[in-house]
Design a protein around this ligand. Structure first.
Ligand code: SAH
Length: 240
């Protein structure tokens, strides 16, 4: 992994091979991390690509420099992990978004399910957490984050393997399913229940639409633990 620091760049601050960091990002670069002329940095737009760049000038909170290389799919895995998680309490959802972003998740859909205690999601806040996580861990893509109902999420989940995390009698351990066939997939869909679990109707819909029931072991994990563990497991098993 590159040792130099990552900064978020907006497309309007890129002019061919010249870049400008200003505002909060410029302040952070100049005043907090003490970036100086001649330093190598990596700029991330959040669309998958990153730019290797050299700093030419630091004036106050404004940094100017030039790009020396484009890195496509920067630190991105070949497998797209799509997480559908029942709406859980805000602080717990924050943790899911931060940790699953670090672990390479491609999309997070917050599902309004029958047993969800909470009823609304602050998507802007989750987007900000995710953006900050890609900067911290150094990845090119900022995961898509949205809220939707279960049926719409299932409708959009075409292609790849689909799993519902559920500790039922017929559930197979998630780790055992990583045969070469799953490794060759390019999308994985994971459905995780809220604090109160899935309702029977929700589980029926998922099973009917081809989601296979998988377990993470005998213990009943919190939704956020199940999310981080399953995304992390797939991420680790598909490292190339
Ligand atoms: N009272 C609920 C527990 C919900 S735990 C119930 O009995 O169903 C919250 C969610 O985390 C579950 O809906 C499931 O998706 C996931 N989960 C928790 N422990 C798990 C385990 N051991 N294996 C697979 N999924 C698990």
């Amino acid at each position: 992994m590159a040792e130099h620091r990552h900064f978020i760049i907006n497309s309007e601050n890129l002019f061919d091979d010249i870049f400008v960091l200003n505002g909060n990002e410029g302040h952070h670069a100049a005043r907090v991390t003490h970036i100086k002329r001649g330093d190598l940095i990596t700029l991330i737009e959040g669309n998958g690509s990153a730019y290797g760049a050299v700093v030419d000038e630091v004036v106050g909170d404004r940094i100017k420099g030039h790009i020396i290389k484009l890195m496509k799919n920067y630190n991105e895995s070949y497998i797209k992990i799509h997480l559908g998680i029942g709406l859980i309490k805000g602080a717990k959802l924050d943790i899911v978004v931060e940790k699953c972003t670090e672990l390479g998740v491609h999309s997070i859909s917050v599902l309004d399910l029958k047993n969800s205690v909470k009823k609304n999601t602050k998507l802007e806040r989750l987007d900000a957490i995710s953006l900050s996580a890609i900067k911290q861990c150094g990845r090119g893509f900022k995961p898509y984050i949205c809220s939707c109902n279960l049926e719409d999420w299932i409708d959009g989940s075409s292609g790849g393997k689909r799993f519902v995390l559920h500790n039922g009698k017929n559930s197979k351990p998630l780790a055992n399913l990583f045969s070469s066939s799953v490794k060759n997939e390019n999308s994985i869909w994971l459905a995780i229940g809220p604090e109160g679990g899935f309702s029977k109707e929700e589980l029926d819909i998922l099973m009917r639409t081809g989601f296979k029931s998988v377990s993470l072991g005998m213990r009943r994990l919190r939704s956020e633990t199940a999310a981080i563990t399953s995304v992390g497991l797939i991420d680790q098993l598909t490292i190339q």
